[in-house]
Design a protein around this ligand. Structure first.
Ligand code: GAR
Length: 202
């Protein structure tokens, strides 16, 4: 049985597209059953619709609290039978209650080699720091921001003439490979969590 996946998005959804494409391959152990956006009109919603995947828009603004917004998303995910939640450019912090409720079944992609450059503007900060390698990380989500056991990382070289945009594009190419890889590992049940480490088996 393929694992049922829900994807949370806020924007253009290129990582969602990579996951949709992977799930469309024969033998891939997961299927996307719901895409939720907090932003009406996000391009990611069109990508989901084009792939025939149901979408729900849950704007965060009308909710009185982060917890109430997260509870609405949680309800929609559970009603759809979701077993794994992927954050794909979802630009809202999640409450501890939501994260705990999906413990070890909630993954995020971050555009940096964690634990370096948590938070926003990772490419600008990597250039400022003068690092020679940069990249992306797919990790299990814990209540601390951009923390949690690492599943997959991919590194790219930083070129002397890079701008944040050229570096972002090089990293993004790797994101589109790393995210499906990580989802596959989790969906196949090959991830064991030991403290803050994810041990991949098989
Ligand atoms: C991606 O680069 C992703 O790693 C990043 O936002 C972009 C979304 O692009 N995520 C974060 O910064 C999370 N804090 P996409 O909508 O095309 O997938």
């Amino acid at each position: 049985m393929r694992k049922k996946v829900g994807v949370l998005v806020s924007g253009r959804g290129s990582n969602l597209q990579a996951l949709l494409d992977a799930c469309g391959q024969p033998g891939f152990p997961a299927e996307i059953v719901l895409v939720i956006s907090n932003i009406p009109g996000a391009y990611a919603l069109e990508r989901a619709a084009a792939a025939g995947v149901p979408t729900t828009v849950i704007p965060h603004k009308p909710f009185p609290s982060r917890e109430a917004f997260d509870a609405a998303m949680d309800e929609a995910l559970r009603a759809a039978g979701v077993e794994i939640v992927c954050l794909a450019g979802f630009m809202r912090l999640l409450s501890a209650g939501f994260v705990t409720g999906w413990k070890d079944h909630l993954i995020n992609i971050h555009p940096a080699l964690l634990p370096s450059f948590k938070g926003l503007h990772t490419h600008e900060r990597a250039l400022e720091a003068g690092v020679k390698l940069h990249g992306c990380t797919v990790h299990l989500v814990t209540p601390e921001l951009d923390d949690g056991p690492i599943l997959v990382q991919a590194a790219v070289p930083v070129m002397p003439d890079d701008t944040p945009d050229t570096l972002a594009a090089r990293v993004l190419e790797q994101e589109h490979k790393a995210y499906p890889q990580a989802l596959r590992l989790l969906a196949e049940g090959r991830v064991r969590v030991e403290g803050n480490r994810a041990v991949v088996t098989g």
